[in-house]
Design a protein around this ligand. Sequence first.
Ligand code: LLP
Length: 418
Amino acid sequence: MHDFQYKDNELYCEDVPISAIAKDVETPFYLYSHNTLLNHFNVFDTAFSSIKHLVCFSVKANSNIAVLKTFINQGGGVDIVSGGELFRALMAGAEPRKIVYSGVGKKIDEIEFALQTDILMFNIESTQELEVIDDIAGEIGTRARISFRINPDIDPKTHPYISTGLKKHKFGINKDKSLEKYIYAKRLKNIDIIGVDCHIGSQITDLTPFIDTLERIRELISELQKEGIGISHIDLGGGLGITYDEETPPHPNIYAQEVIKQISDLNCTLILEPGRVIAGNAGILVTKVLYTKENEEKNFVIVDAAMNDLARPALYGSYHGIQPVKLEEKGQFMADLVGPICESGDFLARDRDMPQFERGDLAAIMSAGAYGFTMSSNYNSRLRVSEVMVTGDNFHIIREREEYDDLIKGENIPQFLS
Ligand code: LLP
């Protein structure tokens, strides 16, 4: 359930009519419901309350510091993949010992930053990375808590670009090789092994791949025990899917039940790295219709948001619901909702039944709270849009829209050209 609902034929976010926000804030803008973010976090967190656990929100899904702070205030941690995400998390007030760091390509300065911050755990994806972290920890005079990210070779049956747990993927360490990696890591001077980690993909709507993964993790943990390597943390990553269109993903309670069944006897702290399931349906992208036109084949609704603002439809062919901000007595038609960018791939919906939008109408692009703003760019030198958070009958601008000066920040014309 989310807080974007119609009242008196007007789309509201919580108790604020979206059209009222659009009078104050220039379109397009991302709009988040604080209440939905909070509810989604709490439902997810509570689902695991019978075991030791830590919900580390995946910053890549939505990295606005007000959004992060919402979860941090609930005791949540964060899953980061870069120095930039670590910086954001700290700015939002994340507790260092609730930060886990994933990713195949951690750079030296990022590793130093994370070690100096004393984060909870590095999820390690290669032997070279392990050795570099060991060296840097030695130089700094500290120790690194680590887990290995295991690639279980399991097909999560999702879009190929967001599936990560198969042998052909760059992620993690082949499960068959993992025991020897752990044995090697145990010998390193500045490394403390604390966990086993995995993340098999995203927008997963079936529980089986998660369960199969946990079975492999259990096997590994018992092999590790035989080698005298104790594991105190299991990180299951993120990946639980949401409803964009007609998908029927399991409720977090069912997901939690199944996960707990698999691991409750292991006496480990479970780490979860959800992103989409918490933020996806807590945000929308509000856009205005600039023009409409038609040719012999199609109707086009040209809006002021584009693929640089929401990349998912262009990148993955993803479905996002399109809803009018005002429900009016208009006919429906089949149309493409497209942006101003000079590419045919710049569409937000294709061959979709939608209201016969007219110039000046506002439209809501639904389910845009995860991987929306975070994947936006300045392509076509378009300004990155503002982000707004509603709570009750108030709204707050949590990120200002960029200005033209932001576009050339850091650019220089060298002497020889002037
Ligand atoms: N942990 C790790 C290590 C990850 O790589 C990811 C997502 C997550 C957690 C969070 O996954 P979630 O719970 O949100 O599924 N841009 C794509 C999604 C890419 C996901 C990348 N990794 C999209 O728009 O669908």
